[in-house]
Write a protein that binds this ligand. Sequence first.
Ligand SMILES: Nc1ncnc2c1ncn2[C@@H]1O[C@H](COP(=O)(O)OP(=O)(O)O)[C@@H](O)[C@H]1O
Ligand SMILES: [Mg+2]
Length: 294
Amino acid sequence: MVAETPAIETRQLTKVYPGFWKSQQVAALTNLNLTVRRGEIFGLLGPNGSGKTTTIKILLGLINPTAGEALVMGQPGGDQDTRRRIGYLPEESYLYRFLNARQTLDFYARLFNMNRTQRRQAVDYYLDFVGLDPQVRSRRIGPYSKGQTRRVALAQALLNNPDLVIMDEPTSGLDPVGMLEIKNMILRLKQAGKTVLLSSHQLADVEDVCDRLVILYRGKVELEGALSDLLEVKDVFQLEGRNIDAALQERLLTLAREAGAIELKTGRPRVRLEDLFKRLVESKRRGEAAAAGR
Ligand SMILES: Nc1ncnc2c1ncn2[C@@H]1O[C@H](COP(=O)(O)OP(=O)(O)O)[C@@H](O)[C@H]1O
Ligand SMILES: [Mg+2]
């Protein structure tokens, strides 16, 4: 069987932004080789200025590479038919302040030539998917919070039911709960069989969702691999459990020492402050929802 073409493939992709003087040129990407398989969540990570947005813009055909190749589902970036199968969440979304969420999505649905019935269905389906509060859907977008605006922009990116979803810094500016919700949405996109390319400069944002990732630094790949491989400390074994009293702890330690284990450490696990915060807010929200339902 012929292997399926990757969702994204770049070969020796290079971008130099011109400057008036040669010394002002910026090498934003240098010989970038990426392969994103279909159906996976791929993280494009790196600090600000490392070339993430440049990579995405080339994949979308918004800018041309200086050298090298960028293929999306086997076609050069910017190919018209391929563009229709991509959903794009830009780093900054510019939405019309005076339209409400429904009108905004309806406007884009028209561009995809959907009829009235299809539009109404798609608009509500995707606003549900991104979890935009039904109460604000008919209010104009101007005063929306950052999280609400991000949701509308994401719904817009999904409106044409794309196979590949490209998100540039999807969690930037969101609070931890908003971040968690975006992560859950990304996992649901994967469950629906979609490929997701996601860029971020905040590793914790994407740590739980990526199957594989690269870390860029000044336009070059510094690290790449499967998330589980990169983060697992391979030569350390951990044991965790309940009902382990002091006597049992001592026995386990003695056994381990006698068997030659070294650098033994014991202690109690800690939760991350982020998780503690999320649990708190979620239980508050559930309480409010239950009270409102009564
Ligand atoms: N239009 C442009 N003209 C000149 N330099 C640019 C342009 N866009 C980006 N750059 C530079 O290219 C480098 C990579 O930028 P970018 O791809 O936006 O990084 P990231 O998205 O990882 O923050 C940065 O040094 C940035 O200043
Ligand atoms: Mg960027």
